[in-house]
Write a protein that binds this ligand. Structure first.
Ligand code: 9MJ
Length: 695
């Protein structure tokens, strides 16, 4: 409304001029306080000006504007987040864990660019929050979105508007007509502690760490909740720009700073490799004193033209790398050891710890995995222990400080009955080439703890992906008796759901709609969702592609299942017995009757021709994407076998770097020689982002 003609009284004209002045001043003081940490006026003065502006906007609603500082209170209320496609993909970073990894990164950059001289880097603290993109059109914030899968994110504009360090209007007239910037939204350590303290007072569940708190705060449909959270945003890069700005990353950050964005003050430009290594040490030493959490350092090639030449591989840039800090340790005391019951009935001991800050995050529990682990580490109740947290990984107990033992420590004993349902437990060691586990398991198939976990798994993103059905609701649905198996999900009605605590009419309707939307499901995700023991996403995928549909799979003899590469006898037995069980067959049948439609998958044999069926391949030289074992598994999954030496019966030689004498032998015999990428092409898979993805 700022440009609307004002025709009436001079009083209104004066009020409008005053409104504009207050907005300008409040934006300026907001920037001084939240971006530059350099306030000029007191909080009381700021509040007084804000009150005056609010009152003017109330009296003259026609003055209201989305860019007003008053808009930061977050009044909008959404039903759901819309999604949006990023103009340019939002990349994730490759990780480095050692100086050697960084030296190799530098060599790769030079080799790729064919440059011998030093590369100029900019190094940045790696903030541990959520990546967000902001879009400015003609200097006004028009959209903000989460990173999502890198290509498509969720629109969270109303929530982002509430963050004081995000400018709603840009300072410089020089800002391009369209400017996309990217950065990290996070919560400082102090803000996190205050937030959790407040939640404790209100009997609300606590956030595990600042990152979770930031994520939870951004995922609010009611922006006024977000407004009450101490979120901060630092900008570290750009997306699409409608006009050229500069050739240097550091210079870009300086320009963004002058437009009003908050740029991390610890960013160091103009570093050579050695200076990068020094800065990492310095940052590591000072990290615990910083007001926010960092989990490493990001190193970027500064020259944007070189960045462009380096380009990206899969989803990460070749011009940047994240160098993670090692895990942080602390000591604390084990108060007790609880036992949790998982999806398959497995009992897991969990250490309840005296709360301790591990690198700024309060840790009060840590999984002990299984009975053997407790015995191996000899963890007793009342022991003093070292706990460790690496990045956002779940904290773990590293070892006992035995010197602190007093003799009053109590050894842990696994219960003989299930803590959730009281049934007797079964102690079993399973050993095979592909799976080995010691498991204490509740064998009651109606155990409520198992059912809750099963439902959570069934509804999870990689299975049925039922929006809104998370852990808390799964618990409620089981406790209220509405669900006795996951098949009951498809019979839930909005009327039944409305009876649950904290479930409004609208949410109930939304959940029924979300369930309905999930009735059509690809065969692999359906199989994964069933929660068959040992059937993870990968196995579900292999099975779905091998047998194509449920009927065929359900009727396979155990030998046929065990015969598939990547399955093995224990997994085969587990699948076989699952489908032999009449209860499980009933559950599946009921879902089909309730309209679940399983979309069949292309069979792997028809898709790739099981390209190496009965063929023998030989590997030589260094492979880049795989270890030898991984490559062998891959070849076997395409029907081939790997042999150690070249003979006339060799179908292909897969040659990596520095291939050695096998290459010559293969040439002499006229054997097909292929490289790693051709191998992947023949099998019909793409290279993994990172060799650790194929085990
Ligand atoms: C963080 N998390 O602090 C990047 N990041 O750059 C910084 N993340 C990044 N840069 C390109 N400082 C992709 C991600």
């Amino acid at each position: 409304m700022e440009n609307s003609p004002l025709d009436s009284t001079s009083e209104m004209d004066a009020a409008y001029q005053r409104t504009l002045w207050l907005r300008r001043e409040l934006h300026r003081h907001n920037h001084l306080y939240h971006v530059l940490d350099n306030p000029e006026i007191s909080d009381a003065e700021y509040d007084r000006m804000m009150q005056e502006l609010l009152s003017l906007e109330n009296t003259y609603p026609q003055f209201q504007s989305a860019d007003s500082p008053t808009a930061r209170v977050g009044s909008s209320m959404l039903d759901a987040f819309e999604s949006t496609q990023h103009s340019l993909p939002m990349l994730s970073l490759d990780n480095a864990f050692s100086e050697q990894d960084i030296i190799e990164f530098d060599s790769r950059v030079k080799k790729y660019l064919q440059i011998q001289s030093d590369i100029v880097y900019t190094a940045e603290p790696k903030l541990d929050g959520l990546a967000v993109e902001l879009v400015y059109e003609e200097g006004k914030l028009t959209m903000a979105s989460t990173r999502g899968d890198g290509l498509t994110g969720e629109v969270i504009t109303a929530n982002i508007r509430t963050i004081r360090s995000v400018p709603l209007l840009l300072h410089a007239d020089a800002a391009p007509a369209r400017l996309e910037v990217r950065g990290e939204v996070f919560i400082e350590k102090k803000g996190f502690q205050r937030l959790n303290h407040m939640r404790m007072m209100e009997n609300q569940p606590l956030f595990a760490n600042p990152r979770n708190a930031a994520a939870g705060s951004l995922r609010q449909l009611d922006a006024s909740v977000t407004a009450s959270r101490p979120l901060v945003m630092n900008i570290y890069g750009v997306g699409y720009l409608s006009e050229f700005i500069t050739h240097s990353h550091w210079d870009m950050l300086c320009r963004l700073k002058s437009m009003g964005f908050k740029i991390n003050p610890l960013i160091r430009p103009h570093l050579n490799l050695h200076q990068v290594l020094d800065f990492y040490r310095e940052l590591g030493e000072n990290r615990s004193q910083l007001p926010y959490e960092i989990d490493g350092m990001v190193i970027k090639v500064d020259d944007l033209r070189l960045q462009e030449s380096l380009g990206i591989k899969s989803r990460s840039p070749r011009w940047a790398i994240a160098w993670k800090f090692p895990a942080i340790q602390a000591t604390t005391r084990v108060i007790s050891i609880d036992v949790q019951v998982g999806r398959t009935g497995v009992l897991t001991p969990v250490a309840i710890l005296e709360p301790v800050s591990v690198g700024g995050v309060t840790v009060s529990r840590a999984t002990l995995h299984n009975e053997e682990e407790v015995e191996r580490k000899d963890i007793r109740i009342s022991d003093t222990v070292f706990v460790e947290r690496a990045g956002d990984v779940i904290p773990k107990v590293v070892k006992v400080v035995t010197e602190k033992r007093t003799g009053n420590e109590i050894p842990f004993q696994m219960p003989t009955t299930c803590p959730a349902c009281g049934s007797l437990v079964n102690r079993l060691r399973l050993e095979a080439s592909d799976v080995s586990e010691v498991a204490v398991r509740c064998v009651n198939t109606r155990c409520p703890a198992q059912l809750k976990e099963n439902i959570r798994h069934f509804a999870s993103k990689t299975a049925f992906d039922i929006d809104g059905l998370g852990s808390r609701l799964a618990d409620q649905l089981v406790e209220s008796g509405l669900l006795k198996s996951y098949a009951d999900i498809f019979q839930l009605t909005a009327e039944q759901l409305e009876q649950l605590d904290r479930m409004g009419k609208k949410s109930a309707k939304n959940l029924v709609a979300a369930i309905s939307k999930c009735r059509q499901i690809p065969f692999n995700r359906f199989l994964y969702g069933l929660g068959i023991r040992h059937v993870g996403e990968n196995t579900a995928d292999i099975l779905a592609r091998k047998w194509g549909n449920l009927d065929t799979l359900m009727n396979q003899p155990v030998e046929a299942l065990a015969d598939i590469a990547g399955i093995g006898p224990v997994i085969a037995e587990s699948i076989y017995s699952f489908f032999q069980n009449s209860g499980n067959r009933d559950v599946v049948q009921r879902m089909l009757e309730d309209g679940v439609q399983i979309l069949s998958m292309p069979l792997s044999e028809t898709e790739t021709g099981n390209i190496f069926n009965g063929k023998s391949l030989v590997l030589t030289g260094t492979l880049h994407h795989f270890t030898r074992t991984q490559a062998k598994k891959l070849i076997e999954s395409a029907g081939g076998k790997v042999s150690g030496s070249i003979s006339r019966s060799t179908a292909y030689l897969v040659a990596g770097d520095a291939p050695g004498s096998k290459l010559e032998a293969a040439r002499k015999l006229g054997i097909d020689i292929i490289d790693e990428s051709r191998l992947l092409e023949l099998i019909g898979v793409s290279a993994p982002d990172d060799s650790s993805t194929l085990q």
